[in-house]
Design a binder for this molecule. Structure first.
Ligand code: PLP
Length: 440
């Protein structure tokens, strides 16, 4: 696949929309891989995810140079070399414990994708001049695999992660690929490491999967990298969905924004996260869990740390219950798989009880709702934090206490949505969102 097809610069065609046309050019390049799909790139629009596709094949046979999971080479680690830690110690150290294997795949502009390789987990080798180390040509995904209460291994809507990864890579001029091939590679790693690292003796547990892509070309100079590396690891991650007393949020400092209209907040690119750590660290030092990122002069509520944010309140005008979350259309926030799943489940299963509203809303509206006693619940939603009840928002010296239900642990609707998702993830409910990966 060609890397960057320089679009012929037609005179008279103004540069007013260079960024979006640039992304359109990249999407046009990868679209032959995704035949038959008319909704953007395999359901991907430049602003993120759209359609939930079935897990079937899109009928595209990979050509030479395209990402091709069927070419995977396998070099197995010694299965007795490392022991699986118990859940208590797995996340107690300062290094993420990964499973026995990882998958890597290299790409060059001249020859495209090489055969992917499953091999023992270990360090990567990079030149100090590699593109990623200087120009942040990196993007990633995060999803989990689950050991069900029925003994089966499952993923959760992995097609959405694969689609989003493609959108992120294109945003930072990394090479395109068929997302279905990435999905197959993810499933393969789970198939190989699941039986040992997510043993049947531990139903109800999960591993965290981290596909990532970096620009590896060892040449300084601000340009699209001509070499790249895709890699996938599987690791332990602590459970973060039920902190004692709920998650406490601190609104972002007045002089900092996480993302902006025209930026890349909608893409899971590493460049979004490093700069957010300063505020997060400050908030942590004051006893808060995450930043509630506000945007613009009116303080629109966007995301909670690297999770989407939901608030359930009674509408000012009608008094009706509304589950409110920030919209996707201005490309400010990440189109979370968990967010999308909450929105879809609530619309489907709570239709008679509440209305789901994706709209801009400001911190002042939250403060007003609090004053008028209209706030019912709030939660953060993302793969890492899953569904995490929020108990407090601190904004410029004002504390908004959010009800945590009868139990003091979670509001009722938060718990309901979380329960439905859990049932799908751990196989208590057979659902198309939870595809089974067969153990080897
Ligand atoms: C990853 C992420 C989320 C959550 O997305 P999921 O697909 O639900 O894991 C939300 N916001 C940001 C900024 C993220 O990076």
């Amino acid at each position: 696949m060609s890397h960057t097809t320089a679009a012929p610069h037609r005179s008279g065609e103004q540069d007013v929309d260079l960024t979006s046309s640039g992304l359109e050019h990249r999407i046009a390049e990868v679209s032959p891989l995704l035949n038959g799909n008319t909704t953007g790139v395999n359901g991907v629009h430049p602003n993120g995810l759209t359609n939930d596709l079935t897990n079937g094949t899109n009928g595209h046979t990979p050509k030479s140079g395209e990402l091709d999971a069927s070419k995977l080479t396998i070099e197995l680690a010694d299965p007795n070399a490392r022991q699986v830690p118990d859940e208590a110690t797995a996340c107690s150290g300062t290094e993420t414990i990964c499973t026995d294997h990882m998958i890597t795949c290299t790409w060059k502009v001249s020859s495209g994708w090489e055969a992917p390789a499953l091999k023992p987990y270990g360090p990567l080798s990079l030149m100090p001049t590699a593109s990623v180390l200087h120009y942040a040509t990196e993007c990633f995904e995060g999803l989990k695999c689950f050991r069900g209460f029925d003994g089966k291994l499952r993923l959760f809507r992995p097609n959405l992660n694969a689609n989003r990864m493609l959108m992120s890579t294109l945003r930072i001029s990394l090479p395109g690929f068929n997302p279905e091939e990435l999905e197959k590679l993810i499933a393969k790693l789970v198939e190989v490491d699941g039986p040992k690292w997510l043993s049947k003796s531990r139903p109800g547990s999960f591993l965290y999967l981290r596909p990532a892509m970096i620009g590896t070309q060892p040449q300084l100079g601000v340009q699209a990298p001509k070499e790249a590396l895709l890699f996938i690891t599987a690791s332990f991650m602590p459970r973060m969905d039920a902190p004692a007393g709920g998650m406490k949020l601190h609104t972002s400092p007045e002089d900092q924004v996480r993302a902006w209209v025209g930026g890349f907040g909608y893409a899971k690119v590493g460049a979004n996260y490093g700069p957010s750590l300063l505020a997060t660290n400050e908030a942590r030092a004051r006893g808060f869990g995450q930043i509630l990122w506000l945007y613009g002069p009116n303080g629109e509520c966007t995301e909670a740390g690297a999770s989407n944010f939901f608030i359930l309140w009674r509408a000012k005008e009608t008094g009706k219950l509304q589950l409110v979350t920030a919209p996707l259309d201005d490309r400010l926030i990440l189109d979370g798989v968990t967010r999308r799943s909450c929105v879809e489940l609530a619309r489907e299963r709570l239709a008679g009880e509440l209305e789901v509203v994706e709209r801009k809303y400001t911190i002042d509206e939250v403060l007003e709702a609090d004053k008028e006693g209209r706030i019912v619940e709030a939660f953060a939603a993302g793969t890492a934090f899953f569904i995490c009840p929020v108990s407090l928002i601190h904004h410029r010296g004002v504390e908004v206490q959010i009800p945590m239900g009868k139990t003091g642990e979670s509001g009722m609707y938060t718990a309901k949505i979380k329960g439905w998702l859990k049932d799908i993830m751990y196989g208590n409910e057979q659902h198309p969102w939870g595809p089974v990966v067969t153990d080897q």
